[in-house]
Design a binder for this molecule. Structure first.
Ligand SMILES: Cc1ncc(COP(=O)(O)O)c(C=O)c1O
Length: 451
């Protein structure tokens, strides 16, 4: 990679690894003692953190985490968006307390009036009139894909190369030779080869989208409005208008997954850019950290569902889950949407992400390092290539394990956490300008040592 002194990087990486071990002995001890956990962590992804073992945290509030060794961190990872509202936001905590200690009833498989409030708010934000609740975005996506297949009578879906929509079998795809659909690297035990379920397209490449949809067998195109899971890849001017037209032309539904891109504003990119999805999925952030998610449908899709009385939506038809829409999750969503992820909070978060991007741009220009940084509302991310990648495949090619590990460790060792997946930084309502400036200062120091 241009601009990087590899021997300096190797030496710096060794010393950052050593520094990390010396700062986090208690975390290491707890990790080593976790003999009954697969991979020694509660969920195997937690081994993604750089340094050989994750920090074990003792406390988290707002955008601060304190680990079991007493180190304090400015948290730009925010649970990979699950804590975009900040850790334990006061309004959410109050609502959860009231539900558990006051009214009682965490999971009853009965509705409370919070659910209609949440659905009405999602309509206000995203426009779609009908909602069903889940506990994760993965589930919402899985259920929505089933509904799309049901109403179109088609068996395939289309997804963008290197997209991520959760652990959804059909979406773990990338482009193979000649534009073929192949599995993402490392796919664990796929039920069927993914080419049987999915046609792949490249983001920002209308020809590839039309090539996939023209077969006439694609029920739904599932997409993030901007890719965020292979670095941020922003859409080019007019891309989404043309995709909408292609979906209409070929009778394919459009599912917009706003789980990460809600960073663009209170109604995500759908509201900010005037998108017109048939189905919308949202998860992670809307419960303030309490498991939550939802899918929304247009009236037209809902009407088409009623043409299928044989489809079992109230029992074991493959859509729904026992704990979904539970009273705790719904109370958390209501409080978070009403009082935390407000328009005012988004204005503040977006201003800070702009400050973050501008700071990084200046450092890169001063150091003459040919990297780029993309911003999507309250989120920003650097990528080790300039100009920025246009597609998921281009962005994947720009990946560099060593540089990434070095930057993550350099930051963590000095009290700043980046999302363990690539270099994503997210602002929350309590992030401050000085937090952003601390990152900029460290980014300059980190780069100086390896360029
Ligand atoms: C765009 C998008 N959709 C869905 C998901 C799945 O979310 P969860 O793992 O909370 O189910 C993710 C997770 O990263 C995501 O980025």
């Amino acid at each position: 990679m241009a601009g990087i002194n590899r021997p300096a990087l190797e030496a710096a990486l060794d010393s950052e690894r050593e520094f990390y071990r010396s700062r986090t002995p208690r975390s290491k001890e707890l990790f080593d003692a976790a003999d009954h956990l697969l991979g020694r962590v509660p969920m195997t992804w937690m081994n993604k953190w750089a340094g050989g073992h994750p920090i074990h945290f003792a406390q988290a509030k707002g955008n601060r985490i304190i680990d079991v060794d007493g180190n304090e961190y400015i948290d730009f990872a925010l649970g990979d968006t699950g804590a975009m509202a900040g850790h334990s936001p006061n309004a959410t905590v109050r609502a959860v307390r009231n539900r558990i200690e006051g009214a009682g009833g965490i999971t009853t498989m009965l509705p409370t009036d919070d659910a209609e409030w949440v659905a009405a708010d999602l309509t206000r934000r995203f426009g779609l009139p009908l909602w069903s609740l889940s506990l994760t975005a993965t589930d919402a996506n899985r259920w929505a894909l089933r509904i799309a297949r049901l109403v179109t009578g088609r068996d395939k879906i289309c997804a963008f190369s290197y997209c991520y929509h959760g652990a959804v079998d059909e979406t773990l795809v990338r482009t193979g030779p000649g534009g073929s659909t192949i599995e993402r690297e490392g796919n664990v035990g796929p039920a069927v080869p993914v080419a049987q379920t999915t046609r792949v397209a490249e983001f920002n490449d209308l020809e590839s989208v039309e090539g996939a949809l023209a077969h006439g067998d694609v029920a739904v195109l599932i997409a993030e409005p901007a890719l965020t899971n292979i670095g941020i890849v922003l859409p080019e001017e007019g891309f989404w208008d043309s995709v909408r037209e292609l979906c209409d032309k070929y009778g394919t539904l459009l599912l917009i997954d706003e789980t990460h891109t809600i960073s663009a504003g209170p109604g995500g990119c759908t509201a900010a850019w005037g998108l017109r999805p048939d189905i919308l999925v949202i998860g992670k952030s809307i419960g303030g950290g309490v498991p939550s998610g939802a899918y929304g449908l247009t009236q037209e899709v809902a009407d088409r569902m009623s043409d299928h009385p044989e489809a079992d939506l109230i029992d074991v038809g493959g859509v729904g889950g026992t704990l979904a829409g539970n009273a705790l999750s719904t109370a958390a969503m209501r409080a978070t949407l009403d009082e935390v992820l407000t328009e005012f909070a988004f204005d503040h978060m977006i201003d800070l992400a702009t400050r973050f991007r501008e700071g990084v741009e200046k450092v890169l220009a001063d150091a003459e390092v040919p990297w780029s940084i993309a911003q999507l509302g309250a989120r920003a991310e650097y990528r080790f290539v300039d100009p920025p990648p246009r597609t998921g495949s281009e962005s994947a090619a720009a990946h560099d394990d060593d540089v990434e590990e070095y930057l993550h460790l350099f930051m963590a060792n000095r009290g700043v956490l980046l999302t363990p997946f690539h270099n994503m930084a997210l602002m929350c309502p309590t992030t401050s300008a000085s937090d952003v400036d601390r990152h900029t200062e460290l980014f300059a120091e980190a780069l100086q040592a390896i360029s």
